[in-house]
Design a protein around this ligand. Sequence first.
Ligand SMILES: C[S@@+](CC[C@H](N)C(=O)[O-])C[C@H]1O[C@@H](n2cnc3c(N)ncnc32)[C@H](O)[C@@H]1O
Length: 178
Amino acid sequence: MSQRESGYARKDHDLYETPTWVTEVVLPHLPERLSTVWEPALGTNMMGAVLASKFHVIGTDITTGHDFLRLGLMDNADAIITNPPYTLATEFCEHALRLMELVGGVVAMLLRTDFDHAKGRAHLFRDCPAFSKKLVLTKRIMWFQPAPGEKGKSPSFNHAWFIWDWKHDGAPTIAWGP
Ligand SMILES: C[S@@+](CC[C@H](N)C(=O)[O-])C[C@H]1O[C@@H](n2cnc3c(N)ncnc32)[C@H](O)[C@@H]1O
């Protein structure tokens, strides 16, 4: 995830919890064939709990001794889905894609909506045959709940789900969620 730094102290390991609705939005956009999803930056299981409503979920996190960037394939995972730490988002996408290519699997990452604009990331999007869909969230994500009696700060950034499928054929598509 990403959040404007001004006004917020960055949390350890970029631990920002994904509100339930954000994960629910991506479920219908994932291929039906998936059965086991690996959530490799589990945090407090906010995203994992929603994924578990549809899939068997394997959850790991650096705080429990599992640095995703150093791990190989996990059990029978046929998808890797997460909200990666902002500072390692590109590395998470690259590593997840490498692992899922081995099994013809799927990667879905919640990222800032302009993550695909950078020239330096063309290998993940324009030049990646697995890139299959961008799902734009038209509603901004409130990462922090206001303290009782306080008005919350307005979220600063727009986000989107980016989905890669190594069994995908053809050009990527775009869709809009809430
Ligand atoms: C933005 S939070 C996401 C938490 C959870 N996925 C959610 O959406 O609620 C990022 C998580 O990545 C974890 N993390 C940071 N670096 C990591 C790494 N190298 N490998 C695995 N997890 C990492 C942090 O501990 C944190 O839980």
